[in-house]
Design a protein around this ligand. Sequence first.
Ligand code: FE2
Ligand code: FE2
Length: 187
Amino acid sequence: MIKKLCKNPILSAHSFNVFYLSNVVIDCLPKNTLSKQQIDDLLTAAVVHDIGKTTWPESLFRKSKNLLTKADWDIIRAHPAIGANMLRETGRYSEETIRIVEQHHERPGGTGYPHKIEPDLPVIILAVCDIYSACVEFRKYRKKPLSHEEALCEVGRFAPLNLIQILSTTRPKIQKMEECIFHETCN
Ligand SMILES: [Fe+2]
Ligand SMILES: [Fe+2]
């Protein structure tokens, strides 16, 4: 799985960023919010959450949102379930890690995909770290990454207040990561 990710520099850097950010957020949660097992499963999911994207054509990574066709959206919306199946086939990932991967684009009120179900805390944590990272990373389809404030706004569309506050208060740690790692994603 990791070899598949490493073949795509955008995906591998993004996966690392989401893993790092998930660690930062989990560290700031009140003690015993998640069990040790839940944390292990969540952090593993953070690394492989977009493994389903390794099946995408290269061109899809470079396409800006306003140019996506219906067929492109079908491929995009399928990646959580495809990723979950890929992980299941290896027999090496826990059912909880697979579940989080499958649900990482679900949103409160059933407004996400693919199943339009209510996400629980581990899923929301991964979703917050995923969207924040994607916003502040370099992408070929936009001139520059979003600022910290703009990224918080994007995350604020669905994230609970306590997670937004964590991202705000851990700004120095996140900023360090943005300076050294996120900028690696530009090529
Ligand atoms: Fe994703
Ligand atoms: Fe992602």
